[in-house]
Design a protein around this ligand. Sequence first.
Ligand SMILES: Nc1nc2c(c(=O)[nH]1)N[C@H]1C(S)=C(S)[C@@H](COP(=O)(O)OP(=O)(O)OC[C@H]3O[C@@H](n4cnc5c(=O)[nH]c(N)nc54)[C@H](O)[C@@H]3O)O[C@H]1N2
Ligand SMILES: Nc1nc2c(c(=O)[nH]1)N[C@H]1C(S)=C(S)[C@@H](COP(=O)(O)OP(=O)(O)OC[C@H]3O[C@@H](n4cnc5c(=O)[nH]c(N)nc54)[C@H](O)[C@@H]3O)O[C@H]1N2
Ligand SMILES: [Mo]
Length: 800
Amino acid sequence: MSGKLRQSPSIGFDVGPAGGWGSAKSVGEILLREHVPVAGPSLLKHQNKPEGYMCVSCAWAKPAKVHPLEFCENGAKATAWEVTGRRTDPGFFAAHTLSELEGWLDHDLEEQGRLTHPMRWDAETDRYVPVGWQTAFEEIGRELRAVPPEAAEFYTSGRASLEASYMYQLFARIYGSNNLPDSSNMCHESSSVGLPESIGASVGTAILSDFQNCDCIFYIAQNVGTSSPRLLHDLQDAVDRGVRVVTFNLLREPGLERFVNPQAPSQMLTGRQTPISDKYYQVKNGGDIAAMFGVCKALIEADDARRADGATAVSGMDARPQDPSNAAALAFAASVAAADTKHVLDHDFIEHHTAGFETFAAAARKYGWEELERVSGLTREQMTEAAGIYAASDAVLMVYGMGLTQHLMGVENVHMVANLALLRGNIGKPGANICAVRGHSNVQGQRTVGITEKPDLVPLDKLKELYAFEPPRWEGHTTVDACKAILNGQARAFISLGGNFLRAAPDTVALEAAWRKLRLTVQIATKLNRSHLVHGEIAYLLPCLGRIEIDEQAGGPQAVSMESSVAHFHGSRGRAKPASPELLSEPAIIAGIAKATLSRGNVPWDRWVADYSQIRDAIERTYPETFKDFNRRLFQPGGIPRPLPARERKWVTGNGKANFITPGRLFPEFPAEASAQDVLHLATLRSNDQFNTTIYGYSDRFRGVDGTRQVIFMNADDIIRLGFANGDMVDMITVLEPQTRREVLGFRIVAYDIPKGCCAAYYPETNPLFPLDHHSPKAKTPSYKLLPVRLVRSIQVPAN
Ligand SMILES: Nc1nc2c(c(=O)[nH]1)N[C@H]1C(S)=C(S)[C@@H](COP(=O)(O)OP(=O)(O)OC[C@H]3O[C@@H](n4cnc5c(=O)[nH]c(N)nc54)[C@H](O)[C@@H]3O)O[C@H]1N2
Ligand SMILES: Nc1nc2c(c(=O)[nH]1)N[C@H]1C(S)=C(S)[C@@H](COP(=O)(O)OP(=O)(O)OC[C@H]3O[C@@H](n4cnc5c(=O)[nH]c(N)nc54)[C@H](O)[C@@H]3O)O[C@H]1N2
Ligand SMILES: [Mo]
């Protein structure tokens, strides 16, 4: 440990609203703690503004009409964390061996501050020692040339710019590899697989104005107050207009309940709180397919009943209700009629735009309410009530996050969101679209410029023509595949453009052991993390500029670009003085390694590094429609909209239709041992004081937890039923694959508002519990939101 003693934890205190004074206080504290230079606070004025820099935290939309301060608590924290006055310099590395640092906590490692010099691991002293950039590039190039391209992995975390990402994938492909696993594989890959099948778009179709044009929002499995607080402004404005927000979430999240805008002085002074969710339905984790089936069933059966009544006879469609005497269905139909809704379902849309409706409707009719209630954790009344609100709305926006995608049935979850939208034509019209809230600030954009393991998604022939090389056509590795290749010894080299792979991926213990057998590990990073300490035979730690810093190249100061959650591209110009004169930009590091590695291709690496507008021209040449006039429009207020045919109701699917896709089941099939009485279903979450594996601190003020992260949130009845008491210490053990013991030790029980049978704890402390094969079969997204675990009393002192 780094030897810092913290005060004893405080748990269960009263939580304030999202935003408000708590948020302002939290920003002030971190600016102070991080020794942010005086320019820090004025720097924030440029955050998310045209000609300013784009926030390094989440990917939420950047509006054309900006507020004076266009940032949130967590965006300000992310900025402070990057422009910190603290440094992890050669002196620090001289003082600590890597074996010693391996005992440190994630927070304590990153807290040391920004990396300042390129470093190489020295086997003799077990320390990182300074190395020249050119020497580093040459050895990395030599090592890469010595391994077959299939044995090298090129990981990206979703922060790198479009320019750096484009160069990185091009380098990997000219080298001969499609092994481009990225953080997106662990994140929204279920969307990238599910949405194209349903609506022919690989990303959400919503844009910012949809929040102004909708009259209802279904808000599913996303924690807005922590993960994308700027979105709260759009929700608040919508609620002020009378929009009804219907929330489906495992936990009661304060950010989804009430909000005080910390940037509106009147609200801060009066403490005016906007209630966000009109209805809050607490589903069990993994219960969303059943919940959405319940809503769809209520709609479909009400429609059946109305048409059986002759109210809206539509030719050619089956009008027989499954259960015409069903009182609830009829009462619901009456409420819909009272709401003066023309149709319960949009038959015109279904007929002209979709396929698969009958199969889907038959499945919805067939599921019994009892089963839907048991699996979802909601009552029939709740699902019917949600259906009533849905049917009474003209334009419904579907917003969702990780609580849907990180599941064994993540792709099916995404299909169900689309199915529900299609029932009433809630897609491709103002206010009605699907909004997949993305995580990292450019994770969506990276895929747009070719960071993907799937060769079919990249214009390989175009790359061949532009750069005179033969691109590899084989399917590359996702994150899970990369882990497998590391475990079975097939992978020899791992290059990481940002991120903290070892902490973010599943099966930590096995992966760490295998990771040490890699021949080469290269980490391009801003701050020290665990993936830099556990390392290969030859290991480099290469420090780079952050996005907030001035990026001076031969052609002058450079701008970069990224894509937001609502598919708009934005330019970003760094404003802060670099943390160290030794830092290189990500494009410069990629070019340095590429030049030292490749003997083919005709990429003008040096010219690109001198002037990033030339990289943007190359991106435009590769994707002419998506990036039309890219350089000219780079700082266009509100960003450059990316063309999305589904927004215009053009369905780029196999059959040219939007597809109802019927999930084969409601819930994943687990082996018998997972249904024992003492098994709970674990979901792993973020606290309000972290960005992924970056732990800013130990305060999750929205959930009333301060001073520790070693907690497990449980239903009060479960605590008693399992023979524990609130505050007891437990270990968690994975129930699946019992032949391998996967456990984490020393977690404090916190009684919480969570459905029975479910529990929640923070990531990444819980990642050792996840078996590598526990993922969506199609998307390979790890099932981080659903894992059967067992608890035993602990004798362990908590690690943090
Ligand atoms: N401050 C901050 N901002 C971030 C990040 C961060 O770590 N910190 N991370 C960034 C990244 S990479 C991402 S991907 C996003 C993540 O942002 P989110 O999508 O909000 O992800 P999580 O924090 O994992 O929380 C998921 C939410 O889903 C709920 N949930 C869990 N399981 C289920 C379920 O089965 N069904 C339903 N209906 N709900 C469920 C949880 O209660 C929680 O509210 O945020 C991005 N922004
Ligand atoms: N159990 C569980 N596991 C999860 C999740 C979960 O919900 N539960 N969520 C998953 C999700 S959604 C995601 S996106 C992944 C995140 O996985 P990653 O993206 O791999 O992890 P991060 O924690 O975002 O990476 C943090 C590191 O990035 C580096 N960094 C920061 N800024 C920069 C920069 O500008 N350039 C470079 N080169 N490096 C930089 C710093 O060194 C920092 O230590 O984790 C996944 N893992
Ligand atoms: Mo993510």
